[in-house]
Ligand binder design. Structure first.
Ligand SMILES: *Cc1c(COP(=O)(O)O)cnc(C)c1O
Length: 395
């Protein structure tokens, strides 16, 4: 028996749902790459990306996924052998650090775990101990999509300032830009990276890097620079140089439309929508958790992201039947646990082009699956989510 016919819903934290108008915007004939509207389109996209990052710094557009943006950021400011400090709070900062290690950097991990945000005091202590200032860059994610954690970026910057440490502060906002507030310049972030396929509601394939003056100065002497990612070449006079080759035109058409959607709604309204829907998910999960089987992965409420909620199952209980049920019997694809949470958790995404029916529908399906599979859970999760939205989304 299934009730899965109808529109399938992908509730994974990336790629996220691409709005119909964005899909349609990509379905256009190719245009000239040397002159005409595409040149202006590039300028407008770069201007709006700087607005999203909230920076006066320079933005770069890459035909690449998030991993590409990691490499772009690292190679433009570092030299083989440079020491890099990676702040662990889930899977993705570690992945970025692994990228740095393969590039020949000397990578040190500030140990953390999958259940909490980076400890600012530990960062401050580690940087204070770095007497000869050998650490050249600090890498962190704002939202870790594996653990669901939210890191307080200004607080971490304060720790660097308190330690009077000159390392570059490099932040991955792939799962948070266009979802939660980010203010690159005000927060003292030197390099920020993001991707198209999460909060920006676009297909995978584009990623973006923003660099401030300190980062651009570091670029002058960086030894890891390679032709494709190179900021200097990409700042050259010809339009094609901004892409180090043929611009990914159709992806840019889509990006333009998704940026238009974000700014038409208003960036603050977008953040507020995410906060409201995420809290509805958390209210629901908190009720389910009363059954003593499901638990929030992130223990402290103020460290849970508005992009994705990671829900743990007990040791030895596989989430696979739940995931299969939702997909095959009800038409919702949930996120699986990844990295250290592989086989131990589900991830409920509430990022990008999401509204109340998408979120409430997903929660409803999970609750239906919990019941059908006789997984113990507190009753009334959906009611708690509805109560929250009904009380807070008012005319
Ligand atoms: C998705 C994600 C990445 C990786 O992006 P890809 O496009 O898969 O390479 C990196 N960091 C974070 C925080 C992410 O959520």
């Amino acid at each position: 028996m299934t009730v899965a016919a109808g529109r399938q819903f992908l509730a994974i934290p990336g790629p996220t749902t691409v709005p119909d108008s964005v899909l349609q915007a990509m379905m256009q004939p190719a245009v000239d790459i040397y002159s005409g509207p595409l040149v202006q389109l590039t300028d407008r996209c770069l201007t709006d990306l700087a607005r999203l990052f909230d920076t006066q710094g320079q933005c770069f557009i890459y035909a690449a996924n998030g991993h590409g943006s990691w490499e772009a950021a690292l190679t433009n400011v570092l030299t083989r052998g440079d020491k890099v400090l990676v702040l662990e709070s889930g899977g993705f900062a570690l992945g970025w650090g692994e990228n740095a290690r393969k590039l020949g950097c000397d990578v040190e991990i500030l140990p953390g775990d999958f259940r909490r945000a980076v400890d600012a005091a530990a960062l401050e202590a580690r940087l204070k101990a770095d007497q000869d200032k050998s650490i050249k860059a600090v890498l962190v994610v704002q939202v870790d999509t594996a653990s669901g954690v939210y890191n307080d970026i200004p607080r971490l910057r304060q720790a660097m300032v308190a330690a009077e440490h000159p390392a570059l502060f490099m932040v991955d906002t792939i799962a948070s830009l266009g979802t939660m507030p980010f203010h690159m310049d005000a927060w003292g972030v030197d390099v920020a990276v993001t991707g198209s396929q999460k909060g920006l509601m676009m297909s995978p394939g584009l990623s973006f890097v923003a660099a401030n003056q300190r980062a651009l100065a570091a670029h002058e002497t960086a030894g890891l620079v390679t032709p494709y990612w190179d900021w200097t070449f990409r700042s050259g006079p010809e339009h094609y140089m901004k892409y180090a080759g043929t611009p990914p035109e159709h992806l840019l058409f889509g990006l333009r439309q998704s940026l238009d959607l974000i700014f038409a709604e208003g960036l603050e309204a977008v953040w507020r929508r995410h906060a409201l829907l995420a809290e509805a998910v958390r209210r629901c999960v908190a009720v389910w958790a009363e059954g003593q089987v499901l638990r929030f992965n992130i223990e402290q409420p103020d460290q849970r992201s508005d992009s994705v909620t990671t829900v743990r199952l007990p040791e030895g209980v596989s989430p696979q039947p739940l995931i299969d049920y939702c997909q095959k019997r009800a038409g919702v694809t949930l996120g699986v646990g990844i990295n250290k949470l592989s086989g131990k958790a589900i991830r409920l995404a509430h990022i990008g082009h999401v509204n109340a029916p998408m979120v409430l529908g997903t929660l409803g399906v999970v609750e239906m699956a919990l019941q059908a599979l006789a997984i113990p859970h507190g009753r009334g999760g959906i009611q708690a989510a509805v109560d929250w939205l009904g009380a807070n989304v008012v005319a």
